[in-house]
Design a binder for this molecule. Structure first.
Ligand SMILES: [Zn+2]
Length: 393
């Protein structure tokens, strides 16, 4: 931490420039302005001066054992905001919710806190922190340490459950993105999910923006980007293949168990899921349930009940799908900063089915153009997948 107080209750700050006479002017003891316990002044030539709680006296509020990287990020971001003439306060404490924000700022008559998060958290704790700030009409902006950016195979990234809560929405086109910050390279990174694949894997577009070119608006509203063409043909088919052939992946999650039961009622099993399911769609991150599973439930328990050439409206679909979520234990995610995530994800899938000529857009909704035929054998299903693949990508 960079702010403490003296015995006389005077605030002392280690935000640069630190006066050359600091050590003559102030002498210990120093106290934590939040928990009032004594803190130690740590000085040196190779690291930023800061205050630290005694090891055996952890601060009940300062929730993170603050690493050097965390302090560095906080200070760099503070100075970056000050350069832009943004009103910003370091380590502001909010007694009502008993939380201390890394940075509190006011911009365009709105209140924000920037929270830099490197270490893992439980989703419950993350959501609690978020809603605490929101209850004070303060919007938290979650910035993850660059260490949290975990690339996997081609264009794929792994996301931990708590990280979803920080997902933000671009003002211009409602695309979603995570923000990362690296104090070492002084740059932001933005990860825009393209689609989910597995419970914790997404395909995503990744952009880096140096701090020197970034403004507060890029962080609050997200930068404009142009998607690179994603050559995911082969990669996607690998996932389709594994859903058909690797029964070992059917872990006993409640959503898997219930979709297995659903297919059993149709004298099929999960490897025979309809080949119109399991295709990439925007905003599919609404569901923690794998993409081929919720799309299968959509097809079998909604679309199959629509007569051929009949039409349906979006609101009737939404009403039914909300019941299906409950009934089939489809797992959804909470996004405090995203508007209408469920509507967006269903709409994207309808658009895809329209491109596949399964549906046709018509006045007031969609018309069903093709009957649904389940594959009779696994090889049969994978052949159908390959045919669709040429059509879709
Ligand atoms: Zn304290």
């Amino acid at each position: 931490m960079f702010i403490a107080k003296t015995k006389e209750n005077e605030q002392v700050s280690l935000i640069p420039p630190i006066s050359p006479t600091f050590l003559e002017k102030y002498s210990p003891p120093f106290y934590c302005p939040v928990c009032q316990q004594e803190v130690i002044l740590k000085t040196g030539n190779h690291r930023r001066w800061h205050f630290a709680h005694l090891p055996q006296k952890a601060c009940p509020v300062s929730h993170k054992g603050e690493s050097e990287m965390h302090r560095e990020a906080k200070m760099i971001l503070y100075q970056w905001l000050r350069q832009q003439k943004v009103r910003v306060e370091m380590e502001k404490y909010f007694p009502k919710i008993e939380r201390q924000a890394d940075l509190f700022l006011q911009w365009q008559s709105k209140n924000y806190v920037i929270e830099y998060q490197q270490s893992p958290l439980s989703p419950e704790e993350m959501l609690k922190r978020t809603t605490d700030y929101l209850s004070l009409q303060i919007e938290p902006i979650w910035m993850y340490g660059k260490n949290r950016l975990r690339p996997k195979r081609y264009a794929q990234f792994s996301i931990q459950p708590f990280e979803w809560i920080g997902l933000r929405e671009r003002r211009d086109d409602q695309r979603h993105a995570f923000i990362y910050f690296s104090p070492q390279t002084a740059s932001f990174s933005f990860l825009f999910p393209r689609t989910t694949v597995q419970r914790s894997t997404i395909f995503a577009d990744y952009y880096t923006l140096p701090l020197s070119k970034a403004t507060i608006s890029h962080v609050v509203h997200l930068p404009k980007t142009i998607d690179a063409p994603l050559d995911w043909n082969q990669e996607w088919l690998l996932h389709k293949w594994s859903w058909r052939y690797q029964r070992i992946r059917w872990q006993p999650y409640p959503d898997i168990t219930s979709v297995k039961q659903l297919l059993l009622e149709q004298k099929a099993d999960l490897s025979l899921y309809p080949s119109e399911a399991g295709w990439p769609t925007l905003c599919s991150e609404t569901f923690a349930t794998p993409i081929y599973v919720w799309q299968t439930i959509f097809l079998l328990q909604f679309l199959q009940h629509v007569l051929l050439y009949d039409t349906f409206s979006f609101s009737s679909l939404l009403d039914t799908f909300l019941l299906l979520i409950d009934h089939y234990s489809i797992q959804t995610r909470e996004f405090p900063f995203i508007s209408q995530p469920l509507e967006k994800s269903l709409f994207a899938y309808l658009e895809l089915l329209t491109r596949m000529n399964v549906l046709q857009k018509c006045k007031g909704g969609w018309r069903k153009l093709a009957p649904l035929i389940l594959p009779r054998a696994v090889d049969d299903g994978f052949r159908m997948d390959k045919r669709w693949q040429h059509h879709i990508f």
